[in-house]
Design a protein around this ligand. Structure first.
Ligand code: KG4
Ligand code: ZN
Length: 360
């Protein structure tokens, strides 16, 4: 029997500085604490994440979130068995800040260091939250990522498709900005869409004519921009109803393409145990309902982890680190920070790198 291990996880690949303590053995793992310090206010004036500002904030906040995570878990550093850290993909300054902090801790404590792929952290979350067995299909939809992954094991991922340009969250944020709504755009667009007519604007469903599971959101974003400009040119501005209708139409188009491509991804992968989602966009109720229906049609359970574990956090990094440690994989002090780090090295690289960093 494996004894329980206590892992300290660190995450700093985008605009959240996070630390978590997780304890796990052969079976289930328990999150003892999970602290996330966001940076939205620091970047608000710039309309996107500024990498240098993010890196500096991570370097300043990492010690603090580690202290908070240890205190909330009621453990001391001496009780930590290993340090897991996001080593990529992401904004390089932030990833470096995390990797350096983790190296310092691992060296000081004389404990193993494990570099974790951020995407693996997201992709393995349904195992942590729901005990989902392999193999399953994961749809990662956030401000920085969008891909379908077949997950066969803690280190066995096959990318079935992904965005060739923007991530859906980026598109939600952009549409909110062009309609004068608040950031982050997803929740603002979802709220405005409640009063909207999704059929009023004829917005595209990009790449549906192409076989496979690749996606594209930049054309949809541009179509929303054009619809707004046409309205402004015709009537001098936008009414609340115009905004609501555009938000509803845009949201419906995103949900349509993600649902259709999800059904396609599932159809090509017999023997799956479930269909899981992660990422901030998975909070969208219209999208969730559509994806749930796709899973039901495929006769599979639909797993959407609680939102705090869908978005960036360090508990998922600690958990992926625990699985790596149990498989006997650790890193040494030569561990490097990687801006790009595809989970599936066999898959052709995706094009594009959005405002939130490389999509790997
Ligand atoms: O996973 P996340 O917190 O951070 C990263 O991107 O790494 O995702 C944030 C993204 C933002 O673009 C935000 O607008 C989007 O998730 N989002 C939503 C909703 N809530 C957050 N998009 C659509 N509908 C929502 N309810
Ligand atoms: Zn993420």
């Amino acid at each position: 029997m494996t004894t329980a291990l206590t892992i300290l996880g660190l995450e700093s690949s985008c605009d959240d500085t996070a630390a978590a303590v997780l304890r796990g053995g052969a079976g289930a793992a328990a999150i003892l604490s999970s602290i996330v310090a966001g940076q939205t206010d620091l970047h608000a004036a710039f309309g996107g994440v500024v990498p240098e500002i993010a890196a500096r904030a991570h370097a300043e906040k990492l010690d603090l979130v580690v202290e908070q995570a240890l205190a909330a878990a009621d453990v001391t550093l001496s009780q930590i068995d290993a340090i897991a850290v996001t080593a990529g993909p992401g904004l390089i300054g932030g990833v470096l800040a995390g990797v350096m902090a983790a190296k310092g801790l691992a060296m000081g404590l004389g404990k193993p260091l494990i570099g974790v792929n951020h995407l693996a952290g997201h992709a393995l979350t349904p195992v942590l939250t729901d005990g989902l067995a392999f193999p399953y299909l994961m749809l990662l939809v956030s401000g920085g990522h969008c891909q379908f992954l077949r997950v066969d094991g803690p280190e066995a991922f096959t990318r079935l498709g992904g965005t060739i340009d923007d991530a859906p969250g980026e598109a939600f944020d952009k549409v909110a900005r062009l309609l004068g709504l608040s950031q982050p755009g997803g929740p603002a667009v979802e709220a405005a869409a409640l009063a909207g007519d999704a059929t009023r604007f004829d917005l595209p469903r990009p790449l549906l004519d192409r076989p496979g599971c690749d996606l594209s959101f930049s054309g949809l974003k541009t179509a929303a921009l054009r619809a707004r400009d046409d309205l402004v040119a015709a009537q001098g501005g936008l009414s609340a109803q115009d905004r609501a209708d555009l938000c509803a139409g845009f949201q419906e188009a995103v949900a349509d393409v993600l649902a259709i491509k999800s059904a396609r991804a599932l159809a090509g992968q017999p023997g799956l145990t479930g269909f899981a989602v992660a990422g901030g966009v998975a909070a969208n109720r219209i999208l969730r309902a559509r994806l749930m229906a796709v899973a039901a049609d495929a006769d599979l359970p639909f797993i959407a982890p609680p939102l705090a574990l869908c978005t960036d956090n360090a508990a998922m990094i600690a958990f992926a680190g625990l699985l790596a440690l149990q498989a006997g994989r650790t890193d040494d002090l030569t561990l490097s920070a990687r801006p790009r780090w595809p989970l599936d090295i066999e898959a052709a690289p995706l094009i594009g790198s959005g405002k939130k960093g490389a999509k790997a």
